[in-house]
Design a protein around this ligand. Sequence first.
Ligand code: NAP
Length: 257
Amino acid sequence: MRILILGGTTEASELAQLLAGDSRFDATLSMAGRTASPRPQPLPTRIGGFGGIAGLEAWLRDHAVDAVIDATHPYADQMSRHAVAACSTLSLPLASIRRKEWQRQGGDHWIEVDSAETAAGVLGQQASRVFLSLGRLELTAFAAAPQHHYIARTIDPPGDIALPPDIRFIRDRGPFDQAKELAFLAEERIAVVVSKNSGGAATYAKIAAARQLGIPVVMIARPDKPHGVALDDARAALLWLETLLAHEPAPASRRSV
Ligand code: NAP
């Protein structure tokens, strides 16, 4: 069975591990190509956009894909929209791994906003020390609030984008642990954290550390991502694929229609 996994997440890598070497599945992992040196993967990998919905449809047809797993990040809503549209046109089964959101706990001081632009606005007029735990492309929004001192943690250098004047970069990638996040927030005298509600364990430590230190978190809300069959994790995706396989017609009849 030919599978396309739309990746760029821990869950996609976990599913790649589960499918690698399993002769029932012929899976390809697709990455957008945002990271200069992505982690090595145990499955054949393709990198770069498909060229919109039409490009994705063409790729799925050309590679005779039988099923698609959308394991993109909770904030990657365009790719998910394209997957829903292409799979619907081609009548292909689509499942989507939907990572649970972090829930506010006692002691959390979250300011929930709908975008990076709104996040920049709620930081206020008074100069603050702000930790931006965001993707490179979201940093541009903070050029509109140049009065703050920013520390941004990104996987790759920011590249040629508009940035606030007082910004320092730390290059690192998760998972992060709480003791280090506590030390970092305290040493840098961070007054406010800006984060997405990514969910999962790999990047939660900063949220727990902010709670412990009484630091507010400006939390950018998730987009409303369209999805196929909703699944919790990579293991559920494997079970879903096994169920499809059990109901799949024999190859000769399937390919002749
Ligand atoms: P997006 O806004 O949903 O997608 C923008 C375009 O990037 C898509 O239309 C598609 O181009 C291409 N693309 C996205 N994911 C792709 C994939 N897995 N394979 C091939 N092309 C892909 O997504 P994004 O926010 O730019 O995120 C890009 C990637 O980074 C995703 O794989 C996502 O899982 C990962 N990621 C995102 C975030 C985040 O906060 N957004 C955080 C961590 C990881 P075409 O239209 O040309 O096909």
